[in-house]
Design a protein around this ligand. Structure first.
Ligand code: IPE
Ligand code: IPE
Ligand code: MG
Length: 251
C-alpha cells in the first residue's frame, strides 16, 4: 500500500540503507575458540555471507559491498593466503548458480593483476552470469585497498586524457571501483575492532558506522536487524542542518 503522507514515506524509505559496506572480520578468532585452524573460520564465513546477502536483499538493501581480502592481507602466512585463494574459487563454483537464481548481481572490486588466471576467469564468469540481475548487487572487495582505489582512479583519469584543472570529485568518483553504486549509507564491521583497515576511504565520507563484537561466522539475521535498527535512528546531516519538516513529530 502506498503511504498517503509523502514526508512519512520519504522517512520510511530513508531508514533502510540503499548501500551497506561490510567488513567481515573475526574468522580466525572464531576458529581458535573451537580449537580449529583459521581456515575453518574462513570456510564458515563464506556460507554466512551467502545467507547474509539474501537477508540484506529481503530487507530492501540494494547494494552490499563486502571486504573479503585487503591489499594488506598478503602479509599473512603463505598457507593462509593460498587457502583463501582456493576458498574463493571453490565458493564461486559452489554458489554461483544459487546466487544467480536468487537475483544477485556479482561484481568484484580490487586489483586483479595479482591473482591467478584461474581466479580472474572465475570472477569474470560470475560477473557475466549475473550481470542482468537486479535484486541486489554484491560487490566483493578482493585485493582491495581504499588507497589503491584512489590511486587507480587518478591513473585511469590521466589515461583518459583528463587535464589537471578538470580533476574534481565527480571526475574521480567516475573512476573509483564502485562508480556504479551510490556511496555506502551504512558501514558494518564485525569482530570488535573499531577501524576502517583501508576499506572504502573515499566512499565512506558520510557513511554511518556500526561496530559489533560478533565474530563474522556468528553474524546472522539478528545482527543485521540490530545494525539496520541503529541506522534508522541516525540523524544524517551531510554537513548541513536537518530540515524541520523531516524532524520527528513533537521534536
Ligand atoms: C577476516 O577474518 C577475514 C579476512 C581478513 C580474510 P580474520 O582472518 O581477520 O579473523 P581474525 O580477525 O584474525 O579473527
Ligand atoms: C580487514 O580485516 C580485512 C578484511 C576483513 C578482509 P583485517 O583482519 O585484515 O584487519 P586488521 O589487520 O585487524 O586491521
Ligand atoms: Mg581480522
Amino acid at each position: 500500500m502506498t503511504n498517503p503522507n509523502p514526508i512519512a514515506a520519504a522517512q520510511a524509505a530513508a531508514s533502510v540503507p540503499r548501500h551497506v559496506a561490510l567488513v567481515m572480520d573475526g574468522n580466525g578468532r572464531w576458529a581458535r575458540q573451537r580449537f580449529m585452524p583459521r581456515f575453518f573460520g574462513h570456510k564458515q564465513g563464506v556460507d554466512v555471507l551467502v545467507r547474509a546477502v539474501n537477508a540484506f536483499a529481503d530487507r530492501g538493501v540494494e547494494f552490499l559491498t563486502v571486504f573479503a581480502f585487503s591489499s594488506e592481507n598478503w602479509k599473512r602466512p603463505a598457507e593462509e593466503v593460498s587457502g583463501l585463494m582456493g576458498l574463493v574459487l571453490v565458493a564461486v563454483s559452489k554458489y554461483l548458480t544459487k546466487m544467480a537464481g536468487e537475483g544477485v548481481r556479482i561484481r568484484i572490486i580490487g586489483d586483479r593483476s595479482a591473482v591467478s588466471d584461474k581466479l580472474r576467469k572465475a570472477w569474470e564468469q560470475a560477473e557475466a552470469a549475473t550481470a542482468h540481475n537486479t535484486r541486489i548487487t554484491l560487490s566483493v572487495a578482493f585485493n582491495y585497498g581504499g588507497r589503491w582505489d584512489v590511486v587507480q582512479a587518478c591513473r585511469q583519469a590521466l589515461a583518459a586524457g583528463v587535464k589537471a584543472d578538470e580533476v574534481d570529485e565527480a571526475c574521480l568518483s567516475k573512476h573509483m571501483a564502485l562508480s556504479f553504486a551510490p556511496d555506502p549509507d551504512l558501514f558494518i564491521r564485525t569482530g570488535g575492532e573499531m577501524r576502517i583497515s583501508n576499506f572504502l576511504l573515499w566512499q565512506a565520507a558520510y557513511t554511518e558506522f556500526f561496530f559489533t563484537e560478533c565474530l563474522w561466522p556468528d553474524f546472522g539475521e539478528a545482527q543485521i536487524d540490530a545494525a539496520l535498527a541503529a541506522f534508522a535512528h541516525r540523524d544524517r546531516r551531510f554537513g548541513g542542518i536537518r530540515p524541520p519538516e523531516l524532524a520527528p513529530a513533537g521534536a
